[in-house]
Every structure is written in structure tokens, then in C-alpha cells.
Write a protein of this length. Structure first.
Length: 83
């Protein structure tokens, strides 16, 4: 699996473009945060059986509460960026 490291500023500059590149290339992005922490962003194939969501729902009360709160909230469309 290919890994590409980028500074947080690049992600902040053009979030959509950077995430699209991650999805299209299949690369995992490692974002260098200013305080020396690292964050990995990896695209997931919607056709693959990914157990992360199931595991979080089964074992993480904070995630369960977040999902419940989200379900109770009104839905807003994602901005298309074509304004």
C-alpha cells in the first residue's frame, strides 16, 4: 500500500482536491499536524465488508451516542461547490 505524507496546510488549502487524490490513487495519506502528531486518511471501498462501523457500534458508547444524535438531526444536503 502506498503512503503519502503531507503537511496539514496542504489539506487545509484544498480539502476536496486532496481527498479526491487519496481516493483516486488508493494511497493512504498521513497528515503531519503542527504538534508532531500524525493522522492517517485512507479511502475505503464501499463494496468491501468493512467491520469498523460494526465494531464501533457494538463496543463504543460515545460512537453509539453520536450515531443516535445524528439520526435525530434534520438532514442537510452536502454543498455541491457549484455556486
Amino acid at each position: 500500500m502506498a503512503i503519502k505524507t503531507i503537511p496539514l496546510s496542504r489539506l487545509e488549502t484544498d480539502l476536496k482536491k486532496t481527498l479526491d487524490e487519496c481516493v483516486e490513487s488508493g494511497q493512504t495519506l498521513v497528515v503531519e499536524l503542527p504538534d508532531q502528531r500524525l493522522l492517517a486518511i485512507q479511502s475505503l471501498d464501499p463494496n468491501e465488508d468493512d467491520s469498523l462501523m460494526d465494531e464501533l457500534l457494538e463496543s463504543n458508547p460515545r460512537f453509539q451516542a453520536l450515531v443516535t444524535k445524528s439520526k435525530a438531526s434534520p438532514r442537510k444536503p452536502f454543498p455541491s461547490g457549484e455556486e
